[in-house]
Design a protein around this ligand. Structure first.
Ligand code: SME
Length: 166
């Protein structure tokens, strides 16, 4: 049985190839977005070394039905801030710009939201459906400069795979 863990050690390219294959296998026949985000958060945690947080924020109305903001979704890691307005922090920047944020040093990022004091670097990738941001994938690491352009490309491919599944 395929146990949804990398056959370590793998180089980064092979790691993302296996991660995407596992995400495809787990989400292909499942219409429930929460279930899919939960399993993909677990996969990110299993596959990618040196993380302290991996998961999703979804675009949803503010409390009381106001403008859309980011609302915490399935994740692995410490409890995190629940609501993030567009434009705030690394996640809010990704949602507002519809663009990947690769942050080598979170302490140098204006408005960074420190959910876990251990976080040193971060990668946030928007999930786009029909050109609109519907969620973001957020990865945090305790190591500075943990994420590379290869990680960004791998997570962008994952976001594209999940566009209709979250
Ligand atoms: N650091 C993020 C907030 C989310 S936590 O990292 C889980 C940010 O600045 O948007």
């Amino acid at each position: 049985m395929y146990d949804f863990k990398p056959a370590a050690p793998l180089d980064t390219e092979a790691l993302y190839r296996e991660l995407l294959a596992a995400a495809e296998a787990l989400t292909a026949d499942e219409p429930d977005g929460v279930a899919n985000m939960a399993n993909v958060a677990a996969l990110l945690w299993e596959f990618l070394p040196d993380l302290n947080w991996a998961g999703f924020y979804r675009v949803a109305p503010a409390k009381g039905g106001g403008t859309d903001e980011l609302v915490l979704g399935p994740f692995v890691g410490r409890p995190a801030c629940i609501r993030i307005p567009f434009g705030r922090g690394v996640c809010g920047a990704a949602a507002q710009q519809g663009a990947t944020q690769l942050v080598a040093d979170v302490h140098a990022f204006p408005g960074h939201i420190a959910c876990d004091a251990a976080s040193a670097s971060e990668l946030v990738v928007p999930v786009l459906r029909d050109g609109a941001v519907v969620a973001v994938i957020d990865l945090d690491s305790p190591s500075p400069s943990r994420f590379t352009a290869e990680d960004a490309a791998g997570i962008e491919a994952l976001a594209a795979l999940l566009a209709e599944r979250v």
